[in-house]
Design a protein around this ligand. Structure first.
Ligand SMILES: [Zn+2]
Length: 139
């Protein structure tokens, strides 16, 4: 139900019996139908409207998780990170996405360390080369 929240306080909105306004359960702020239409358009996924408003984003969420894992498998960490952000946009406490994010950070740390080791090896080889090129008189 991510987007059908009060603009002011984030409380849940309940449709008035007349169907012209949705009222915040918490601060009683009224949202007119035009604003509600905008909110519905902001939601990705399947929207069912029948008196009360229900939002079912689960299928979408599962697809995003699958895509994230695919990108991690392909070592495309930037794309994987984008998809994790999209999951958090829908569900900030999604535990699968959190686990994937940790996995991703771990892989990025590994990649960073390996690049560092590569650079150190290159540096060592350069230094060794310089030492070998020095005339014996330098020692
Ligand atoms: Zn409110």
């Amino acid at each position: 139900m991510s987007a059908l929240k009060c603009d002011i306080c984030g409380g849940s909105l309940t449709m008035d019996t007349g169907g012209e306004f949705a009222t915040c359960e918490y601060c009683a702020m009224k949202h007119n139908t035009r604003r509600l239409q905008q909110k519905v358009q902001e939601i990705r996924g399947i929207v069912k409207i029948d008196g009360s408003v229900q939002v079912d984003g689960l299928a979408n969420l599962n697809n995003l998780l699958i895509r994230t894992r695919e990108f991690i498998d392909k070592d495309d960490y930037a794309k994987a990170n984008d998809y994790i952000e999209r999951i958090f946009d829908i569900d900030t406490t999604n535990s699968d996405a959190k686990a994937l994010h940790q996995n991703l950070c771990f892989k990025l740390d590994c990649r960073f360390l390996m690049a560092l080791v590569d650079q150190l090896i290159t540096l060592l080889m350069v230094l060794t080369g310089i030492i070998h090129q020095m005339p014996m008189s330098a020692f």
